[in-house]
Design a binder for this molecule. Structure first.
Ligand code: OGA
Ligand code: MN
Length: 290
């Protein structure tokens, strides 16, 4: 017998995207119907917020795995000691956790774009959040594409950008003292990859701008300075306030975003006064397709 899905309730987070979702079961044996409804909601809203679902690291990994296979993060040192599928983000060093701390200003991206097949979606849990600052901002990369004039769209279609972990490491090293450079092993494991600048979502068919200014080394076939200027101009367009939702974290929030349709960035907080610890799981590319 088919079990009917749980009734879910949605409240918009921003005019064009994002929804707070209530009623979603996330513990134990979540039914296939509920999972389907959840994935459909993610495709429709692109950013989902669950307030205080009460997850411990094991629950987070278990629920994430129901959605598909997970990536193990390239920053091995920031993996959770008991759950390697969790990438720890923040300024906390305790209980065997060394969270990945980047002090850069806004750095818009979609996760793991340095992989040949980048992540479909990420789940981000607020374990310890500062009372001010440390918001995560999301940009509607689809709305930003739609808003471009036809001549610009035509100019961009077909362009490809090279995404490089080395470029990202160099960027982080310029902003955060004492960060290690990319090791030879990591460089060999994740060599630079090329992705379209304008991507098409495999499920919704919607086009969006695939912009990761700190990860993109250059645009193929374009002079380096010209390519960098284009990325900068498009990023300024796509991250204008009308396309952005800024998430003010409460302890225990779970936010899930579709890496194929939105960009995101961390924002600064006073790391000398406050602690921030976030747990991220990352769905591998292809996990949620169709
Ligand atoms: C990430 C990320 C943003 C933040 O972990 O993928 O971009 O607010 N984090 O820490
Ligand atoms: Mn990210």
């Amino acid at each position: 017998m088919q079990i009917a899905p749980t009734l879910l309730d949605f409240r918009p987070l921003a005019p064009s995207f994002g929804a707070e979702l209530s009623g979603m079961p996330v513990h134990g044996d979540v039914s296939d119907a509920d999972l389907r409804a959840f994935v459909d909601a993610l495709h429709r809203h692109r950013v989902l917020l669950l307030r205080n679902p009460g997850l411990d690291p094991g629950d987070l990994v278990a629920f994430s795995k129901r959605l598909g296979p997970l990536e193990l993060h390239a920053a091995v040192e920031a993996r959770h000691p008991a759950h390697p599928e969790i990438f720890c983000v923040g300024n906390v060093v305790r209980d065997g956790i060394t969270a990945n701390f980047a002090r850069g200003v806004e750095q818009w991206h979609a996760d793991s774009s340095y992989r040949v097949i980048a992540s479909d979606a990420s789940l981000f849990y607020g374990e310890e959040v500062p009372p001010e600052g440390g918001e995560t901002m999301f940009a509607d990369a689809t709305g930003a594409w739609d808003a471009l004039d036809p001549a610009t769209r035509q100019r961009l279609e077909g362009l490809r950008a090279v995404h490089s972990l080395e470029t990202l490491y160099d960027w982080n090293r310029r902003h955060t003292p004492n960060r290690a450079p990319l090791s030879a092993e990591k460089r060999a494991l994740w060599p630079p990859v090329s992705h379209p600048l304008v991507r098409t979502h495999p499920v919704t068919g919607a086009k969006s701008l695939y912009l990761c200014p700190a990860v993109i080394s250059h645009i193929e076939g374009m002079d380096a300075a010209e390519g960098a200027a284009l990325i900068e101009e498009l990023t300024a367009h796509a991250t204008a306030p009308r396309f952005v939702y800024s998430h003010r974290w409460r302890h225990g929030d779970l936010v899930i975003w579709d890496n194929r349709a939105v960009l995101h960035t961390a924002s600064l907080f006073d790391h000398t006064r406050y602690q921030r610890l976030m747990f991220r799981t990352t769905l591998a590319g292809g996990a949620l397709a169709a």
